[in-house]
Each structure stands twice: as structure tokens, then as C-alpha cells.
Design a protein around this ligand. Structure first.
Ligand code: PSU
Ligand code: MN
Length: 303
């Protein structure tokens, strides 16, 4: 049954059959997270980093009514060029898009779903969705968090995006039993910066210890994911105050324009990029590369 919907690239399939390390990668970051051509270059280079670190990359998207696990360069080019014309596809969008054969870029939530269906346990991205600021009024809480509560995939990210409410996101994750592990850090990174003023639950210093934690969680049948928070490299991080100002401005503009729902995250990230003269884009690219490397190392240790 599920085969009717899943289309696994032969290289990924071969790796999975042979129990070789595979790292899942999302496609919303390509279509909605970055402009062309940086999005294409980043997507291809992330795959190369995964390979250089001994794992097989599996970028995931909805194409032609199938969940594609592992894309060709042409497919990545298509997603990169189409940009926001491609539907941003989270959990609730899968039935409609797949049955109507409409293409979609997968978010963290839907990439986790696809990864679990394919048998991939480690996923690298930039940042996860979370509880938005003002969520007590807007109810805007990303479906990524429920996916982390339920789907057995480890997500390597650069912490929680500073555009969100970090404190509320941590509370939500605690309620749903999702461990937030800092890689070589006790402070939760805030995507563009290494500091946030919040703490992770626990710090682990090596890929093998992280793999042990994942194994332990899933051996115990504690369903759901784990957040591996990997701080942006020191020389790439942005100034905390500069980012804070840009984010505050972006949030005001979002309110004025009445932007809501699934358009919120892409709007805020785009605005912050504009307000920082593209500096945030460079940081975003650097942190994704950094996460791809750690994810590949963890995937190897999980074998
Ligand atoms: N973080 C980024 N770029 C992105 C996203 C997050 O730096 O493009 C995307 C991810 O795909 C994430 C999604 O899953 O935004 C969250 O959207 P929402 O808040 O609507 O669930
Ligand atoms: Mn939302």
C-alpha cells in the first residue's frame, strides 16, 4: 500500500537495504527558505557534505503524487527555481496534495513522516518550527512540534529560531516528552546566534553519545523524535542585538500586514534577511552545512 505513495531513489534504497547511514533533508528550506540560486547551491552542497561524512543524502519532496525520498539534481533545480510557487506541505497537506498529484515542498513535520516511512532515523535541517510569539492569541504552534512528539526521527538543527517564542517552545516540547539535546553546549542556540538565554535539557559532546541516547529512547519504545541542537559555528554567528532588532521589526511588519498561518515563518525569515542585508542568509547556509555534517556522523554511529 505505502509503496503506492513512496518513491525511494535507488541509491537511498540500496543504502537502507544494506543498513548504511542515510540522512534525510527537507525541501521547504529550498523552495521557501532561501532565494534562487543560493537555495539550489545550498541544497546540492548539503548533499555533498552528507556524502563527505560517510552517509547517503535523501532530500524529500512531493512530486507527481509521490513522496520522493532522494531527489535528482533536476528535481532539486525544479524546486529551487519554483520557489514559493511550490506548495509548502506539512502533515495536514499530504492527503490533498498526493491525491491531487500536486507537488509540494516538505516541512520538518512532513519530512519526518517520510523519513520514518522510508526507515531513515536522522534528519538535518536549519531550524524547526515552534510556538510563535503571541501564540496565546493566535494559537500558532508549528505542526513540527507534534511530529517531534510522535515520529521516531532525530532532527539536527541550529536550535530554535529566534523569531519564535523559545521559552514556550521548550515548555511544549517538555510536555510532549521531546528531549532537547545540546551538541557540545548547555545553552540552547537560537539559530543565528549561539546564545539565547535558555538552556537545553542535556549536553552531549559526541555523535556516538547522541546515537546511544537515540537508541535508548527507541529501545524503550518512547515514541517520538529528539532535537539535537547544534550551535552555528562561532565565526558565522550574527550579533545578538542586531538580530533582535531585525526580528522585532519583522514581527511588527508581519502584524501590520496581517500575515498569518503557514505564511508566517517564510515571511519573517525573508524580512530578517532583508533587514540584515543578506547577512542572515549567509548564517542560515553555514548552519545548515554544520548540521548536515553532525547528522551524517550520528547516522553512522547509529548503525
Ligand atoms: N526554518 C528555516 N527555514 C525554513 C523553515 C524553517 O530556517 O524554511 C521551514 C521548515 O520547513 C519548518 C517550517 O518545518 O518552516 C515551519 O513552518 P510552520 O511554522 O508554518 O510550521
Ligand atoms: Mn504556524
Amino acid at each position: 500500500m505505502i509503496e503506492n505513495y513512496l518513491d525511494i531513489h535507488p541509491e537511498v534504497e540500496k543504502a537502507l537495504v544494506n543498513n548504511l547511514p542515510v540522512v534525510a533533508l527537507e525541501s521547504t528550506i529550498i523552495s521557501h527558505g532561501m532565494p534562487y540560486p543560493q537555495n539550489k547551491e545550498t541544497a546540492l552542497h548539503v548533499e555533498q557534505i552528507v556524502r563527505d561524512n560517510g552517509a547517503v543524502p535523501a532530500t524529500i519532496a512531493l512530486i507527481g503524487g509521490k513522496i520522493k525520498v532522494g531527489l535528482t539534481e533536476n528535481e532539486i533545480d525544479y524546486l529551487a527555481k519554483s520557489g514559493s510557487k511550490i506548495v509548502k506541505a506539512s502533515r495536514r497537506d499530504l492527503p490533498f496534495l498526493l491525491s491531487q498529484k500536486i507537488d509540494g515542498a516538505t516541512t520538518v513535520a512532513s519530512t519526518m513522516i517520510a523519513a520514518e516511512l522510508a526507515g531513515i532515523r536522522v534528519f538535518a535541517t536549519g531550524g524547526i518550527g515552534g510556538v510563535h510569539r503571541g501564540a496565546s492569541q493566535s494559537f500558532d504552534i508549528s505542526a513540527d512540534l507534534q511530529e517531534l512528539a510522535n515520529t521516531n526521527v532525530a532532527v539536527v538543527c541550529a536550535g530554535i529560531k529566534a523569531i519564535l517564542d523559545l521559552g514556550l517552545t521548550l515548555e511544549y516540547l517538555e510536555t510532549f516528552g521531546v528531549p532537547v539535546i545540546g551538541y557540545q553546549t548547555e545553552e540552547l542556540p537560537a539559530f543565528y546566534t549561539r546564545k539565547s538565554g535558555f538552556k537545553v535539557n542535556n549536553k552531549l559532546d559526541s555523535a556516538s553519545e547522541i546515537a546511544d541516547l537515540l537508541k535508548t529512547k527507541w529501545d524503550l519504545k518512547l515514541k517520538g523524535g529528539v532535537i539535537i541542537a547544534n550551535p552555528i559555528p562561532k565565526d558565522k554567528q550574527l550579533d545578538f542585538e542586531v538580530m533582535k532588532n531585525a526580528i522585532d521589526k519583522a514581527l511588527i511588519q508581519e502584524k501590520e500586514l496581517g500575515i498569518k498561518g503557514k505564511d508566517s515563518t517564510p515571511f519573517l525569515l525573508g524580512k530578517v534577511k532583508e533587514l540584515t542585508d543578506g547577512l542572515s542568509l549567509d548564517a542560515n547556509i553555514a548552519l545548515v552545512y554544520n548540521n548536515a555534517k553532525l547528522a551524517a556522523q550520528i547516522a553512522q554511529e547509529l548503525k
